[in-house]
Design a binder for this molecule. Structure first.
Ligand code: PRP
Length: 202
């Protein structure tokens, strides 16, 4: 049995669709159920940011999660396969027409991605005050909470409709199949076989 943590929502559905194509079985979470057991798989329906936690502690052997979430956690986890789902980038957002003032002694950055943002500005030797938010990040510069944001950009519409402009890209992201290290060594054959079957249907 392989236990696989999936991030609630579209990515979970798209991943289950790949499993259906790879194994010829229908995989659907029933109503409010958080566990789906079928054909040697146990799928867990968890919050996006919680996927690496289930995998790190071995509660799940495998998981599916955006590279941005994985980078943010800095856990020692194996990346098995780029599923090429949920493609997006992490980028800086600025008030339209403005540029980052690199001469400022400290820039206020609002973000859900604290680690990624901190590393980016550290490399540029910029002093930043990272303000952690949990959503609606685009609002922060509009009401003076921050000078800029670091956030996910998919179509760019959210920034545009809120008077922001997409600035420099920090990283590209997509959903990856990931593995717990111990599980990988203990169930290597099973896991590599799964990886191959999924890769074939991508
Ligand atoms: C993400 C992100 C942006 C939006 C970007 O939010 O934080 O707000 O999507 O997409 P776009 O470039 O296509 O407009 P999400 O929907 O994940 O919700 P959240 O802010 O609650 O995390």
């Amino acid at each position: 049995m392989l236990t696989i943590a999936l991030p609630k929502g579209r990515i979970a559905e798209e991943t289950l669709d790949k499993f259906e194509k790879a194994f010829g079985e229908k995989f659907v979470f029933e109503d409010r159920k958080l566990i789906l057991k079928k054909s040697g798989f146990c799928f867990l329906n968890v919050r996006n940011q919680d996927v690496p936690t289930y995998v790190k502690y071995g509660a799940a052997d495998l998981g599916v999660v955006g590279l941005d979430v994985l980078e943010e956690k800095e856990y020692d986890i194996i990346k098995l396969l780029d599923l090429r789902l949920g493609r997006c980038k992490v980028a800086i957002g600025l008030r339209a027409g403005e540029e980052l003032d690199w001469t400022k002694s400290e820039i206020k950055v609002a973000t859900k991605h604290e680690v990624i943002a901190r590393k980016y500005f550290e490399k540029k030797a910029m002093a930043v005050d990272i303000i952690k938010l949990y959503g609606s990040i685009e609002l922060a510069p509009l009401v003076g909470l921050s000078d800029c944001i670091v956030d996910i950009v998919e179509t760019g519409l959210t920034m545009k409709q809120n008077g922001l402009e997409v600035g420099p890209t920090i990283m590209e992201s997509s959903a990856f199949l990931i593995s717990n290290k111990n599980s990988y060594y203990a169930k290597k054959e099973q896991i590599l076989d799964l990886r191959e079957k999924i890769e074939e249907v991508l």
